[in-house]
Design a protein around this ligand. Structure first.
Ligand code: SF4
Length: 199
C-alpha cells in the first residue's frame, strides 16, 4: 500500500486529505474538529471502531441508524451539516468506491452537506480504480455479508468472492465511485489511518 501516492492523487483531485498513524489520533482529530453540528453517520465498522458516536454526541446532534434503527434517522442523516462514513475501497490513483444495498449511505455522501468525511484504514487502499472496485466487490462486500449473516453465496460459501448473486439477501445493488469531490458538498475529506480498520 502506497499511502503517499494515495494522498498525492486524492489531493490533486481536490479532496481534503488528512493522515494519521493510529485510529486514536484520527478519532481525536474528528472529535475535536466537529462541534455544534448536526452529524449523520453511515453504516461503518470503521466509524464504530473509532468510537466516534459516543464522543460526537457530547457536542453535536448525531443521527446514526446503527443506534436508532428507523427511517427517520436515515432521512435526517442525509441532510446534516457533517456526514461521516468509510469507503469500501480507495484507489491510490484517487477514486473512492462504495457499494450499498439500500442506498442511504452512498446517497448521503453525494449532496447537501457542508462536510463529508471518508475515514479509511490502509487495508482499504488498492493500486488503481479497477483493483479498488475488485476489492469493494470481492472483499468488502462478502465480509459485510458475513457480518450481517446474510444467506448469500459470498457469506455461506467456502470461497470468499462475489458471485454476483440473485439472492434476496444481496447487499450490493449500487456502486458509487467518486472521481472528484461532488459539487453539492462543501468539503469532501479523506482521513487515512495507518492501521487496518473495518472491511
Ligand atoms: S452480489 Fe451477492 S455474492 Fe456478490 S458480494 Fe454482494 S451479496 Fe455477495
Amino acid at each position: 500500500m502506497d499511502v503517499q501516492r494515495a494522498i498525492a492523487a486524492l489531493t490533486h483531485k481536490g479532496f481534503a486529505v488528512r493522515s494519521f498513524e493510529t485510529a486514536k489520533e484520527a478519532a481525536d482529530y474528528l472529535a475535536e474538529s466537529i462541534s455544534g453540528k448536526t452529524v449523520g453517520i453511515g453504516g461503518s465498522m470503521t466509524i464504530e471502531q473509532l468510537g466516534l458516536y459516543d464522543r460526537l454526541t457530547k457536542n453535536n446532534t448525531v443521527f446514526w441508524h446503527w443506534r436508532t434503527d428507523d427511517l427517520a434517522t436515515r432521512v435526517s442523516a442525509a441532510s446534516t451539516q457533517v456526514y461521516l462514513t468509510s469507503a469500501n475501497a480507495i484507489a491510490e490513483t484517487g477514486e473512492i468506491i462504495n457499494i450499498d444495498g439500500s442506498g442511504n449511505r452512498v446517497a448521503a455522501t453525494l449532496y447537501n452537506h457542508e462536510r463529508v468525511v471518508f475515514v479509511a484504514g490502509v487495508n482499504k487502499l488498492a493500486p488503481d480504480a479497477e483493483s479498488a472496485l475488485f476489492r469493494a466487490r470481492n472483499v468488502a462486500a462478502p465480509l459485510n455479508a458475513r457480518r450481517l449473516k446474510r444467506n448469500t453465496p459470498c457469506a455461506v460459501g467456502k470461497v470468499m468472492k462475489c458471485y454476483d448473486c440473485d439472492s434476496k439477501d444481496r447487499i450490493c445493488n449500487g456502486v458509487v465511485t467518486l472521481l472528484k469531490p461532488m459539487g453539492g458538498v462543501g468539503v469532501t475529506e479523506v482521513v487515512l489511518v495507518g492501521e487496518e480498520l473495518g472491511y
